[in-house]
Design a binder for this molecule. Structure first.
Ligand code: SAH
Ligand code: SF4
Length: 374
């Protein structure tokens, strides 16, 4: 069986090349061809010796994910649906802004955490993505966008692991993928512009801090264990006191001096003034150290099976004001890609339900897919 070179970070590729009797610098050349230039065909790699190209052809391949569809929102947001086999699909979303281009990347097909307000969670868990499948989302989007914009420069400046899945429940595949994203010979992202979002897998937060510190977002959604238990079932395993302590420990390694707390605003459930006050007490307790943090309030993106409603805009703003008055930096997330179901928590990606995909495509502007980028 031949190996997919997208599965390797540079260290892994170096070991692979050494196994072929090649010098270390050859691995860097190869890594640059794959990630920097978006090459898939070994014959293109003109500065590699013919003997190495021939060897690679027999034992390796560069296989990205196959896109099923690409939708473009009126606000410029792009959403790809990628086939990952066995009737599963994952979604990847590109969000262009004036000063940055952000790619929202999936880490699993489905998710085992099962949060009440998340359509991926309702879908259940199918499987972990491999390193190559995580990296392939960035590989594909970056080279697609460069080709579309006629740009030689990097288009994607930020990556958020906020697509489908709980990244810290797929840790061994995640870390080499993050390292590739950070590598100057690949995508050259800064650690501050690469964000892992977690529902709070405490032991893996510690390991991430040691192995590959990047910006961290923690999906909080409730200020007390009783409510959080019912919204984020993982809280029963890692309750808030443990989660807050893990956040403090992470800050010793983090490239930013704050944790971003995400808070999905659910009408009548977690959006009352007393919840805001309890959040302030949680992150700034009277005794003991607090957690240096920012809040990002996410208006809930409804989907029928949830039985939940989005908080009214006035409620969201009043909630934000309570946090801000207490000196906590708070932003309200703009919902992007609403018209193509690309907003947070709307990523379902079940290709078994072809009718649903077809009916969605009928309502949306679907861009015919071009061939795989170079
Ligand atoms: N599993 C990780 C990352 C993926 S979810 C996590 O939970 O952090 C990315 C973000 O979208 C999380 O903050 C999640 O809570 C939020 N989210 C999920 N469903 C949502 C929905 N229906 N509306 C708004 N935000 C949602
Ligand atoms: Fe999984 Fe995150 Fe959705 Fe919860 S919010 S079910 S952890 S993807």
């Amino acid at each position: 069986m031949t190996v997919n070179l997208l599965d390797f970070d540079r260290q892994g590729l170096t070991e692979f090349c050494e196994g072929l009797g090649e010098k270390k610098f050859r691995a860097t050349q190869l890594f640059r061809w794959i990630h920097h230039k978006g090459a898939r065909d070994f014959e293109q790699m003109s500065d590699l010796a013919k003997s190495l190209r021939d060897k690679l052809k027999t034992c390796a391949h560069i296989t990205p994910l196959s896109p099923i569809s690409l939708h473009e929102s009126a606000d410029g947001t792009l959403k790809w649906l990628f086939d990952v086999g066995d009737g599963n699909a994952v979604e990847t979303v590109f969000i262009p802004e004036d000063d940055r281009g952000t790619l929202c990347v999936s880490s699993q097909a489905g998710c085992a955490v099962g949060c009440r307000f998340c359509s991926t969670g309702h879908q259940g868990f199918s499987r972990n993505l491999s390193t190559g499948e995580i990296v392939a989302q960035l590989w594909f989007a970056e080279h697609f966008l460069r080709q579309r914009l006629g740009s030689q420069e990097r288009v994607i400046s930020n990556v958020v692991m906020m697509g489908m899945g709980e990244p810290l429940q797929n840790y061994s595949a995640l870390v080499p993928a993050l390292r590739t994203m950070l590598d100057d010979h690949a995508y050259g992202l800064s650690r501050r512009r690469l964000t892992v979002s977690t529902s709070g897998v405490v032991p893996m937060m510690d390991r991430l801090g040691e192995d590959c510190p990047v910006a961290l977002a923690v999906s909080l959604h409730a200020p007390a264990d009783s409510l959080r238990d019912s919204l984020v079932p993982l809280n029963r395993k890692y309750p808030l006191a443990e989660l807050m302590a893990a956040c403090q420990r992470y800050l010793a390694h983090a490239p930013r001096d704050f944790i971003t707390f995400e808070y999905c605003m659910l009408d009548g459930v977690n959006d009352q003034p007393e919840h805001a006050q309890a959040l302030i007490d949680l992150v700034r307790p009277q005794q003991g150290p607090g957690v240096s943090c920012k809040f990002n309030l996410i208006p809930f993106n409804p989907f029928p099976a949830s039985g939940l409603k989005r908080s009214a805009q006035a409620q969201v703003l009043a909630f934000a004001e309570i946090l801000q008055r207490a000196g906590l930096v708070t932003t309200v997330r703009k919902t992007r890609g609403d018209d193509i179901d690309a907003a947070c928590g709307q990523l379902a990606g079940d290709v078994k339900d072809r009718t649903d995909v077809a009916s969605r495509m009928a309502r949306q502007r679907v861009i015919p897919l071009r061939a795989t980028p170079p």
